[in-house]
Write a new protein. Structure first.
Lengths: 404, 69
């Protein structure tokens, strides 16, 4: 396994549970045992949780899975022909099967090298940002209103810090929600005292003595600040695979069973594969639950590959999950199953009471997604209905409140 | 097998209910109810998957603990 986070760890656990008793090595470039990333922007940044609480449960006892840990070691190259993995330290490793789950890295901007300017992806990033929050800055500027930006803004407000959130698009979370839900997110942040600036880009940052002092916006305005968080998305970690022969195109291109090459599977943020459920155009999914589901699937795919004649098709069905994510901001739990569209209808509760379910239909009127806002039970119900291919009428009826 | 839920961590994401509805139920009050503390052997694989996929890592198992007589 290359990549010692959620997908890689789940793959290791699945290999062992499914009876693989051979040698396993886990290579991870971070020095830490696998930890959970979602709390970094929430409990950890808030100061409520310490580092030890972040460790993923399956790695609580590092010896339990009977694997060799190579932490603080990056994979630097791959020779598919020779089945050999090159490492930043020590001799190359041979393999019979390879699971690649190297994830993604935070996208940066010019200015990210300045003191006080942060990204948030790793534990080390979170430790550095929390230290700056602990210093009680006068003002925090968040660049980008995606998940990371919006959650960091919420946590900063909860810590009593003044926050400006800047987003180049006209709504927050525009890439993953429908427009009116994105507007509801903007309202939520404004109601909690965030200065939300939409539709304006950042033109640069200024500094004094190596520390950030101002963020300059494209509309000519400037914001004075000593702490900046840049949350403008991620890029898949595939640089080490250049020239390996794997197809690299916004991640590692895989077939519908997560196979990237003979004896090589990929999982998690780095994997791009066609999900036939949504038309089959290859895509990457940067979601927590997908990392687990795909890590487990990829491990089974690899076992099937290794145990049969490579010419024989595996009897594993293609990997066709229904996407699902959650985001916690203030006291709101926002969950989305499937994919959002602009044809949406509230079928349960109301936006005013801040507790509702909205379903999404595609151009043909098919039920393709649902958003649950402080309605966790219905989010999972919707995911199940999507997996079953329920009709819009069926979804509407089943997600509506039970008659009193 | 005995199921333990840390209710300080649980935030009712309901993933467990999706995987093992026989065992876990999130009701309309938004609280999780464990329907079977000692699940029978045929549910163990599902329960382990629910443990793995709990977004809050709130579920744990005492694998060796048999059901009381």
């Amino acid at each position: 396994m290359v990549g010692a986070s959620l997908a890689g760890l789940q793959a290791a656990q699945t290999l062992r549970r499914d009876g693989f008793d051979g040698e396993l090595t886990m290579v991870g470039d971070e020095p830490h045992y696998p930890y959970d990333r979602p709390p970094l922007s929430k409990h950890f940044l808030a100061g409520a949780w310490e580092e030890e609480k972040l460790r993923l449960r399956a790695a609580a006892d590092p010896d339990a899975l009977g694997l060799t840990w190579r932490l603080g070691t990056a994979a630097t190259g791959l020779d598919l022909e020779a089945k050999r993995l090159e490492l930043s330290e020590g001799p190359a490793l041979g393999y019979d099967g390879l699971i690649i789950a190297t994830g993604a890295a935070a996208r940066t901007l010019p200015g990210c090298e300045l003191a006080g300017v942060h990204v948030l992806r790793t534990l080390d990033d979170a430790v550095a940002l929390r230290a700056d929050f602990d210093g009680g800055p006068d003002h925090v500027v968040v660049i980008g209103a995606g998940f990371i930006g919006a959650e960091v803004a919420a946590t900063a407000r909860e810590r009593g810090l003044a926050v400006t959130m800047i987003e180049a698009a006209s709504v927050p979370l525009g890439r993953v929600l429908d427009r009116s839900s994105g507007e509801a997110i903007a309202d939520l942040h404004r109601a909690n005292g965030v200065d939300v600036r939409l539709g304006v880009g950042v033109s640069g940052m200024r500094s004094a003595g190596g520390r950030v002092t101002h963020v300059d916006l494209e509309d000519g305005s400037a914001i004075q600040t000593s702490v900046v968080v840049v949350g403008i998305g991620v890029v898949p970690n595939v640089g080490w695979l250049e020239g390996s022969g794997l197809t690299l195109d916004d991640g590692i291109l895989c077939d519908e069973t997560c196979l990237a090459a003979p004896s090589v599977v990929a999982a998690g943020d780095v994997a791009r594969w066609p999900n036939a459920r949504f038309g089959g155009a290859p895509s990457r999914v940067e979601q927590w639950d997908n990392a687990i589901e795909q890590g487990a699937y990829a491990a089974r795919r690899l076992l099937a590959w290794l145990s049969t004649d490579p010419d024989l098709a595996t009897d594993l069905a293609p990997f066709q999950p229904v996407p699902w994510f959650w985001s916690d901001q203030y006291d709101k739990k926002i969950q989305l199953a499937g994919i959002p569209t602009e044809t949406a209808a509230v079928v349960h509760g109301s936006v005013q009471e801040q507790r509702f379910v909205k379903i999404y239909l595609d151009d043909a009127g098919l039920f393709v997604g649902a958003l649950a806002w402080n309605r966790p039970r219905q989010a999972i119900q919707a995911r199940q209905l999507l997996a079953e291919g329920a009709s819009a009428e069926d979804a509407r009826a089943k997600l509506a409140p039970a008659p009193a | 097998m005995k199921i333990n839920v840390d209710f300080d961590l649980c935030e009712s994401n309901a993933i467990c209910m999706q995987i093992a509805p026989e065992v876990f139920e999130v009701r309309d009050d938004d609280f999780l109810y464990v329907l079977i503390d000692h699940p029978p052997a045929e549910l163990h694989a599902k329960v382990r998957e629910a443990v793995d996929r709990c977004p809050k890592q709130a579920i744990s198992l005492a694998e060796d603990l048999p059901a009381p007589e």
